[in-house]
Write a protein that binds this ligand. Structure first.
Ligand code: IMP
Length: 178
């Protein structure tokens, strides 16, 4: 088994590139069906979701827009509990069908703070697609409408996800060794 080192920690393989792409194709097929003719706006949350958003977006065959915002709450392997908007939304979503694209929902804090801000702008609908969810870590329950994988409460890196800035470029998802 290939172990990778990121900063001071060791990570082991968890989700292969093939497993990830298979789930993305299934989610995209559902989105293509659900949003046909609705011209949705996808809002991807940086930094972590950039690879997932790109791969998902390439599988969408409907008319669709994408924009990015940047929120951050993590330092090292722990959530700081404080959500900072580093780059805000530069788009009018009033009356639009909106889909949030998130890499991972952990405590739910990030989305629990961000969703009310979006609701305030009165979109026609607001749904969430997340690649990963850690149900055991939930503090703020978030309804995830389209989910890639439900995972145990373990820190993961790769495929856009970082540990203190590093590891985002690893093509698969690795989890912290015991
Ligand atoms: P939440 O606000 O606790 O739900 O955390 C959401 C954000 O924390 C995600 O968008 C990630 O950027 C980061 N995060 C949570 N868990 C992990 C992890 O296991 N690895 C890397 N980043 C994570």
């Amino acid at each position: 088994m290939r172990i990778v080192r990121v900063h001071d920690k060791k990570f082991e393989p968890y989700l292969t590139a093939e497993m990830i792409q298979t789930r993305i194709k299934a989610i995209a097929a559902q989105l293509n069906k659900d949003y046909a003719g609705k011209k949705p706006v996808f809002i991807a949350i940086l930094n972590g979701s950039f690879i997932f958003a790109a791969d998902l977006f390439k599988e969408l065959s409907i008319e669709v827009e994408i924009c990015f915002i940047k929120l951050a709450s993590y330092k090292g392997t722990r959530s700081t509990g404080q959500v900072i908007t580093a780059i805000g939304l530069d788009m009018d979503i009033f009356g639009r069908e909106v889909v949030i694209v998130e890499d991972i929902v952990d405590t739910g804090k990030t989305l629990s703070e961000f969703l009310p801000q979006l609701q305030h702008q009165q979109p026609a609908s607001l749904k969430i697609v997340a690649l990963l969810h850690k149900p055991e870590a939930t503090v703020f329950p978030i309804p995830i409408d389209y989910l890639g994988f439900s995972i145990p409460n373990k820190f993961v890196v790769g495929y856009g996800l970082d540990y203190d800035g590093l590891g985002r470029n690893i093509p698969e998802i690795y989890k912290l060794t015991e």
